[in-house]
Design a protein around this ligand. Structure first.
Ligand code: SAM
Length: 285
């Protein structure tokens, strides 16, 4: 069932419930059928798929996902929207809407499915990055995500070593997922119009990282610290963050094949992973 509202219908529903779209909840509602269809087609949904929708709002995507999927689980933070949406989808037996912050959804929910799920969402922009980091935490449970996100976040995800936007996000997404930008989207496809540009991104979860990660615990503990002080040389970052004498830090960095004067965003990912191993060794001695 098509649950996308025209701008007129949307404005009427909002007014009759005395709802003002909340900027602090990233409430920009999709009103363009063509973009809705594109987003859903990028996900290639079949009747075997369980789909989790993040922030279904007033259902712009929900009804059409439900036509194609086995089940749709929508997690929406705004109680007022949940009430209206529950009413809209009350005759769709395969749609389950819950009032919930997606960031607070625990692993128990994902564990109950036999097959890996698909995730779809026009993400609330203020929490797009934390939601994307959560995707990495729960990556064993999903196979594909199609999300609308701010263009500036997408640029940080697909950045390559040497780019000024290259950092932790790009490293993690390149190691653990396969990402591509499907489509650039104009603000006018939303009501109200956001002030920033958006893109639709498709993310595939990899079975194995692109480079072998020898010690996962050390990886998650050490790697983020290497990208925290972007302006400092890698020598200073290693020496400050891991409380190592400058000489020892220099030798650790050089043993990883890295020039100590480089900044973290200039260094290839495989070398950073070697550096993580060297730091872990020296700290565990
Ligand atoms: N999917 C709808 C659409 O395309 O029109 C709404 C998209 S709007 C960009 C983002 C939606 O996410 C809003 O409905 C907002 O209330 C909801 N939201 C905001 N923060 C959330 C969170 N942490 N967890 C779940 N939903 C959230």
């Amino acid at each position: 069932m098509d649950t996308l509202l025209t701008i007129k219908q949307l404005q009427q529903i909002l007014a009759s419930h005395k709802i003002f779209p909340k900027k602090q909840l990233g409430q920009n509602f999709l009103i363009d059928r063509n973009i809705r269809d594109k987003i859903i087609s990028f996900a290639g949904i079949t009747k075997n798929d369980i789909v989790v929708e993040i922030g279904p709002g007033l259902g712009a995507l929900t009804g059409t996902i439900a036509e194609k999927a086995k089940f749709v689980y929508g997690f929406e933070k705004d109680r007022k929207l949940v009430k209206i949406l529950l009413n809209m989808v009350s005759n769709l037996p395969n749609v389950f809407i819950e009032e919930k912050d997606f960031l607070e959804l625990d692993e128990g929910f994902f564990r109950k499915f036999e097959n890996k799920i698909k995730i779809i969402g026009n993400l609330p922009y203020y929490v797009a990055s934390p939601i994307l980091f959560k995707f990495l935490e729960i990556r064993d449970y999903w196979q594909l995500a199609v999300v609308m996100i701010p263009e500036e976040v997408a640029i940080r995800i697909i950045a390559k070593p040497g780019d000024k936007n290259f950092g932790l996000m790009a490293v993690l997404f390149s190691l653990l997922t396969n990402c591509s930008i499907c489509y650039k989207v104009r603000g006018s496809v939303f009501y109200p119009e956001p002030e920033i540009n958006s893109v639709v991104m498709k993310i595939l979860s990899r079975e194995k990282p692109t480079i072998d990660i020898k010690n996962l615990e050390a990886f998650w503990k050490i790697l983020p610290k290497l990208y925290m002080q972007r302006r400092k040389t890698i020598l200073n970052v290693v020496s400050n963050s891991f409380k190592l004498d400058k000489k020892i830090a220099a030798s650790v960095v050089q043993k990883a094949g890295i020039q100590p004067s480089l900044r973290s965003h200039q260094i290839e990912i495989d070398k950073m992973l070697t550096l993580v191993e060297r730091i872990s060794e020296i700290k565990n001695r």
